[in-house]
Design a protein around this ligand. Structure first.
Ligand code: AMP
Ligand code: MN
Ligand code: MN
Ligand code: MN
Length: 288
């Protein structure tokens, strides 16, 4: 493919290796069916789905961008940093991700203890039953709680449990922003701030975060995200311009159950944004 102008990009998605509900293979097939030309698989703190995704991508002629979404604690707040075009074999990156997965395991036990204090038994085993991959996420606890009848759906369960001031809330002490961006850069990738409009922080703090991120060598920001409104997109486009960050777009797809996040349907980037793929060499052909 010689020009990226007409291509459809979805640069943020999850599979069963983290907290998505589709296998990497099915995710790639569905993305292709939705008209996605370039898909990034960005599982939370794990890259093990990329090999399977790459095999299917070659088969169907979709361009797969190897990615990851890294959990970060900055100033007491959890942020997510997406790494695009990483080398998943990089040992420094893998050592860092292994540390995060261990933190997740310990946090999972604390979440289950917190829920038990509120009379909810068996949450750890219940959540683990929903985790097909090597990470344990709040999403897996949420699915257990819905299945066990403690809440009606995924939106409601996150209002009642697992969030600040609610049963089962354990903040998690992740890695630093400096480390996360460093691992991505060392692995040859581009670091991108995930869903920047979703963090509950003031504009001043967000500006400080972006400045620190840039200082660490971060280069991109998700202007378009499945969890951004049209006005979020407009305001994040302003941040991208002001801080000379490359603009990314991704659905943050977790599977067909989350009807508000549609695979391969991110809004177009607003005019004036410099797309993160501007200098990517893309050659996605079907293998025979
Ligand atoms: P964790 O990284 O284990 O703290 O889990 C965070 C994940 O929970 C996110 O990546 C989302 O997939 C999911 N999540 C957080 N808040 C919500 C929500 N309100 N509704 C649905 N999923 C959510
Ligand atoms: Mn998730
Ligand atoms: Mn995220
Ligand atoms: Mn995500």
């Amino acid at each position: 493919m010689s020009t990226s102008d007409a291509l459809h990009f979805d640069l943020h998605s999850h599979s069963t290796l983290s907290d998505g509900t589709l296998s990497p293979e099915t995710l790639v097939r569905d993305a292709c069916a939705q008209g996605v030309d370039v898909l990034a698989l960005t599982d939370h703190d794990v890259t093990e789905g990329l090999a399977e995704a790459a095999v299917t991508a070659a088969e169907v002629g979709l361009c797969l961008v190897p990615g990851v979404e890294i959990s970060v604690t900055w100033s007491g707040v959890t942020f997510h940093i997406v790494g695009l075009n990483i080398d998943p074999e990089h040992t420094g990156l893998q050592a860092g991700l292994a540390k995060l997965r261990a933190i997740r395991t310990g946090r999972g036990e604390e979440i289950a203890q917190g829920l038990e204090k509120h009379g909810i038994e068996g949450a750890l085993v219940g959540a683990q039953a929903f985790a097909a991959g090597p990470i344990l996420s709040r999403t897996h606890f949420a699915r257990f709680l819905v299945e066990a009848g403690y809440a009606k759906d995924m939106r409601k369960v996150f209002k009642k449990f697992l969030v600040h001031n609610r049963p089962g809330y354990v903040p998690g002490e992740w890695t630093t922003l400096e480390e996360a961006v460093g691992w991505i850069r060392d692995a040859g990738g581009q670091a991108v701030i995930a869903h920047p409009a979703r963090y509950r922080i003031s504009a001043t703090r967000l500006r400080q975060f972006i400045e620190t991120f840039k200082g660490c060598g971060g280069v991109g920001i998700e202007v378009v995200s499945g969890s951004h409104s049209a006005s979020d997109v407009a305001s994040m486009a302003q941040y991208a311009k002001r801080y000379e960050l490359l603009a990314s777009c991704g659905s943050d797809y977790h599977g067909p159950e989350q009807s508000w996040q549609k695979l391969g349907r991110p809004m177009p980037l607003p005019k004036g944004c410099v797309p993160i793929w501007k200098e990517w060499a893309m050659d996605c052909k079907k293998s025979t």
